[in-house]
Design a protein around this ligand. Structure first.
Ligand code: NAP
Ligand code: F7E
Length: 331
């Protein structure tokens, strides 16, 4: 099927996730026909894209099922493919290591195979991750920094990264890997630490809770805003030649500083509410992440527009508004 609006067609896996929802907004604003891949479910987990469903198309396929991906490519004939689908929660990857390997690792090979066979001239974006750097071999981390993943998730993403590079080099596909550092938003899943903190701050401020149980407060992350990062994904697919890019802010903050900032913003002392709980510690931790995004700035003209403090405040404000209205979480 061609593009009815005369622009490009994008196929987005993981459209129901945080990044998928922001990317769909960005592509629609640029005049794309947007087709999202959703997996079959007995419920409809479309909260994050509820405001977009009239303007996008949804198609059922699964990263575990090769035929469904080939059929999706044949039906849509995309110009650009954004592979955002994954089991993306690091902690879960120790409980479900095989499933994580299937979705997050081998799923990428299935996508690339489907593309190679059906739409080899399309452009492919792979959602790589700073978790690939794991036990960091240099600081800050850049495109050439060696990988040392520290979780089944990180290991699966390293495989996914290299299979993307390999298909580019083996078959001449336009396939890129965006190595994105942590990016957050009011649409972030509630299990990730930023959203867990901002949601708890809102509930504690409104008298609906009193305690927040966390794991390692010393872990350091380079946190940016998801809306900025989907713009980097799009830019990577508009270049003359395909390449890989690190995307991050270049700043790093501890989980403790995240608590200070979020609680302090609403006039609370985090020490009165945060309890350290070993249940949230990980079998192997990634202690420090901080990006060197200079290649992206130079080659893509990309820079983050939202910094840490603004991001935390945006998320606290959104959670306060939601809890005041007793609206169920979008995550
Ligand atoms: P997310 O909110 O967890 O969304 C994951 C998406 O993948 C959901 O739409 C989910 O669908 C879909 N999915 C999972 N398994 C699938 C399968 N077998 N078949 C089809 N779809 C499947 O993740 P995110 O934060 O938006 O991240 C997007 C991508 O970037 C992921 O690949 C993640 O690993 C990667 N990444 C994220 C960050 C970050 O900081 N956010 C940083 C680097 C890389 P359901 O709604 O059905 O569950
Ligand atoms: O943990 C520490 C935890 O789960 C951040 C995913 O999007 O970004 C994300 O992975 C840090 C870790 O994100 C709690 O130990 C302390 O050091 O928010 P997180 P993540 O593991 O960095 C990367 C780039 C991705 O690719 C992933 O898909 O915070 N931490 N206490 C905690 N983390 C959680 N979740 N919960 C706690 O109670």
């Amino acid at each position: 099927m061609g593009d009815v609006r005369g622009g490009k067609t994008a196929l987005v896996t993981g459209i129901t996730g945080q990044d998928g929802s922001y990317l769909a907004e960005l592509l629609l604003a640029k005049g794309y026909r947007v087709v999202g891949v959703v997996r079959r479910s007995s419920t409809t987990p479309y909260e994050r894209i509820a405001h977009l469903v009239d303007r996008i198309e949804l198609l059922s396929a699964d990263l575990l099922d090769q035929t469904s991906l080939v059929d999706a490519m044949a039906e849509v004939h995309p110009d650009e493919i954004y592979n955002l689908a994954a089991q993306s929660f690091v902690a879960t990857s120790w409980n479900q290591p095989v499933l994580t390997g299937e979705f997050t690792g081998l799923g990428v090979t299935r996508m690339l195979e489907a593309m190679r066979r059906v739409v080899p001239k399309a452009r492919f974006y792979q959602a790589s991750s700073s978790e690939q750097f794991g036990m960091v071999q240099e600081t800050p981390q850049r495109e050439s920094t060696p990988f040392y993943p520290r979780s089944p998730y990180g290991v699966a993403k390293v495989y996914a990264h290299w299979i993307t590079v390999n298909y580019r080099e083996s078959f001449g596909l336009y396939a890129v890997s965006g190595i994105l550092f942590n990016h957050e938003s009011p649409r972030r899943g509630l299990e990730f630490v930023t959203r867990k903190v901002t949601d708890a701050v809102a509930r504690i401020k409104l008298g609906q809770a009193n305690e927040l149980r966390l794991g390692n407060l010393d872990a350091r992350r380079d946190w940016g805003f998801a809306g900025d990062y989907v713009d980097a994904m799009w830019r990577m697919l508009q270049q003359e030649t395909p390449g890989d890019y690190v995307i991050g802010t270049g700043e790093t903050w501890t989980v403790r500083q995240l608590c200070e900032e979020a609680f302090g913003y609403v006039g609370l002392d985090w020490r009165a509410h945060v309890v350290t709980d070993p249940r949230f510690a990980r079998p192997a931790e990634v202690e420090l992440l901080v990006a060197d995004p200079s290649k992206a700035k130079r080659a893509l003209g990309w820079e983050p527009t939202v910094r840490f403090r603004q991001l935390v405040r945006m998320m606290v404000d959104a959670d306060l508004a939601r809890h005041r209205m007793h609206v169920p979480s979008p995550a």
